[in-house]
Structure formats: C-alpha cells, structure tokens
Write a protein that binds this ligand. Structure first.
Ligand code: IPM
Ligand code: MG
Length: 409
C-alpha cells in the first residue's frame, strides 16, 4: 500500500483485494486523526436499514478495538424522507451532512414512490445531495475478487484480474443541464428535452481527479465520450487531452466512444485501467463494469468534492424486492465505510482492518444469496449474520500492517 501526496491531492493505493486508489482534495484533510468523529448515517429505503444495521455492528466492534468513537447520527433521504417530511432531501439532512466529518449512505428508492412527480421522487433527493454538497467526482471501482470469480456471468478468463476504476463526473451533464422540461409545441404535441452541457472548468476538474487516480494505478486513462456526434463531447475531449498532456505526463491517455466502450467492457475488460466520463455515460458504464465482478452487492463507491465531507455508499440500489427479508448483502456498505475511514477520517489502519475482515469472511465460505453459486460449497447466510461474522473478525484477527510511510501522512 502506498500513500502519496500529489499536487494538492491525497491518494492512497493498496494491495488489499478491495482497495483502489483514492482521491481527496487536500483541503479536506484538515481532519487529521481524531478520537471522535461525527458521521451522518443515511439508511434510506428498501434494504438500506438492514445493511445499515449490519454495518453499525461492525463499526461498533471496530471502534472498541481501535479505541476511537464514531457518533453515528441518522438523517433522512429518499422515500422515507418523502413520507416523513414531504422532501426527498430535507434541509435538516443537508445541514447535518455538511456539519459532519463524513456521510455514509445505504440506498434509496422503491416502487412506492416510482409514480410520484419528479420533485417527490427518492432519486431527486440523491441528486440534490450530490449537487448541494458539491460532490463532483464519483469513484466506482470494479475489481474482481478471486473468491467470487465464478459469480460473474462472463467467462473466467475474461474477468480474472479485472481491476477497473470508473471516475464519473457527478454534478453536471444532462442530469442537471438547463433548459429542461416537457413543453407543448404549436401543433399541440408534447416535447421532452434535457441539455447535455459541460463547461470547461467542470471538465478540467474531473480530468484532474482522473489523471491523479490513473497515475496511482496502472497509468492508463481512457476518456469516454461521443465526440463523433456531440459538440459537448468534442469540448470534453479537448479539455481532457490538454489537462492530461500538460499536467499528467506519466499517464497514457486514450479516447473511446461510449458505444464502443460499452462493448469493449464486455469483450475484453482487462484493457481498461481507469475510465473517465461524464455523468450519464458514467452512470451506465459503471453499472456495466460492476457486473464484471459478479455482484453489485460487493462494490463500494466514494463521492468527493473540493472540500467538506464526502459521501460513501454502495453502488447497488435499494432492492425493494428483498427488503426486510434479511437476504441483502451488507459487504458493499461495510466496504464503503472502509473508504470513508480512509478518505474522510484519516484512519487507513482501521480501513484496512475492515477490508481484511470482509475478505476473511469470504474465505470462511459464507455467502449472501447474491454471491452464492450452486455447488460452491459455501453456506448461505443472511444480512445480519454476515454483519456479525465480519464484526467478530474485526474483533479477533491480527491487525493488518500498514507500512509506516502510509501512516505518516
Ligand atoms: C447511481 C444511480 C443514480 C444515478 C439514480 C438513483 C439517480 O443510478 O448512483 O448510479 O443515476 O446517478
Ligand atoms: Mg446508476
């Protein structure tokens, strides 16, 4: 594991199975190590409360063992916030998040709110949170774990060794572009439209995050766009090229059209190291990349801004079909907590302990339903039991060693 400070950015890379390079702007590092942290927990909807409970059990053990405290305070987001406050991300929640050292989010959404008007949909709360907290960079790692190789729908030789990081721009693009709406034209026909729009500065800052991430990984960055058709993509390509050429001489930059990238990810994913793309392409490609790993249930993500707390959350959704049945996989949320410990709480040792405990739980041949294979000789367990097993491991395993140079920062 390496811990490096590069021009204004802090990055971590690690050889542990789950850990991928991390980005945080230096201004957010004021929170050097503390004894007590304020953390906002957003359990959200569907399986959210169950995986949050399992993660809390693990974090309690971690705090006991490592002698620090997390003041975990819940807040509302998503469907539950609509039900209770008629707002998918109420101001109280935003204020609480901004006043915290970090935010750990489970997942949002469910059938119940699917037909609500846009302003009263759970997804709107998530987008509001990203925008208002300035979380412009979303890191979505997809690393295939040897323990779960057969959980992928692709052939073993295609996925073995895959380790891709999707750096997705998160606060711009057609998601937030204006004008947007549904109007009626002169003939009385309804017209729906959104605006795919990026400014140079938005492209510049995400290109820098991606350049930095790539330089601490395999040094290969693939920028994804649709520059053969879209003007916004042409600007994207120009700005990314100029940032990487000028300021990241060690990074080899390539460009790929989004349709080709979608195909190449399935055909030969090992060609990719770090991918950078706009918000909507990143939404689609990160789901695709995550399935190379076999289950969305394993993947953490980090959403980071220039400063202030980041938001750490599993890549998966709220799985309303299994909510409340103790079938969910809490590991992505536990791994998201590990990312939080490393980025926002300056606790790399504790992050590594969590990640090691998760790997050891898999080595102990226990599986939740999403990662259980026929004939894998593993025991099928529920969400709660998985949490308890990881918590017990956190309590008992040898403390993994973090090299001194990493702790020094
Ligand atoms: C994601 C999700 C969200 C997105 C939805 C829930 C708004 O798909 O985080 O990838 O589109 O960004
Ligand atoms: Mg998505």
């Amino acid at each position: 594991m390496k811990f490096v400070i590069a021009t204004g950015l802090l990055l971590l890379s690690c050889t542990s199975g789950f850990v991928t390079p991390h980005y945080k702007s230096s201004s957010a590092l004021n929170g050097a190590k503390k004894d007590t942290y304020e953390v906002t927990l957003l359990p959200g909807d569907g399986i959210g409360p169950e995986i949050t409970e399992a993660t809390k059990v693990v974090l309690e053990k971690l705090c006991e063992r490592c002698d620090f405290s997390l003041n975990l305070k819940e807040a509302l987001i998503g469907g539950i916030a609509i039900d209770e406050k008629n707002d998918p991300f109420p101001k109280e929640s935003l204020d609480q998040c901004l006043a915290s050292d970090s935010v750990l989010l489970a997942c949002i959404g469910g059938y119940k709110w699917d037909t609500n008007p846009r302003e009263l949909r759970p997804e709107t709360g998530l987008l509001k949170m990203r925008k208002e907290m300035g979380l412009f960079a979303n890191l979505r790692p997809a690393k295939v774990l040897p323990q779960l190789l057969d959980a992928s729908t692709l052939k073993r030789e295609v996925v073995e060794g895959v380790d891709v990081m999707v750096v997705r721009e998160l606060t711009g693009d057609v998601y937030f572009g204006e004008p947007k709406g549904i109007d009626t034209d002169a003939d009385g026909q309804r017209i729906g439209y959104n605006n795919m729009i990026y400014s140079e500065s938005e492209i510049d800052r995400i290109a820098r995050v991606a350049g930095d991430v790539a330089s601490k990984r395999g040094g290969k960055l693939c920028s994804v766009d649709k520059a053969n058709v879209l003007d916004v993509s042409q600007l994207w390509r120009e700005v990314v090229t100029s940032v990487i050429d000028k300021d990241f001489p060690d990074v080899t930059l390539s460009h790929m059209y989004v349709d080709n990238c979608a195909m190449q990810l399935i055909r030969w994913p090992k060609q990719f190291d770090t991918i950078v793309c706009g918000n909507i392409f990143g939404d689609i490609l990160s789901d695709e990349a995550s399935m190379l790993v076999g289950s969305l249930g394993m993947l953490p993500s980090a959403s980071i801004g220039e400063d202030g707390p980041g938001v750490f959350e599993p890549c998966h959704g709220s799985a309303p079909d299994i909510a409340g049945e103790d079938k969910a996989n809490p590991l992505a949320m536990i791994l998201s907590a590990a990312m939080m410990l490393r980025y926002d709480l300056s606790r790399p040792q504790e992050a590594l302990l969590l990640e090691t405990a998760v790997e050891m739980a898999l080595d102990a041949n226990v599986r939740t339903a999403d990662i259980k294979q026929d004939n894998d000789k593993c025991k099928l367990i529920g969400c709660k039991e998985m949490g308890t097993i990881v918590a017990d491991l956190v309590e008992t395993i040898d403390m993994p060693s973090v090299e001194e140079e990493k702790i020094a920062v």
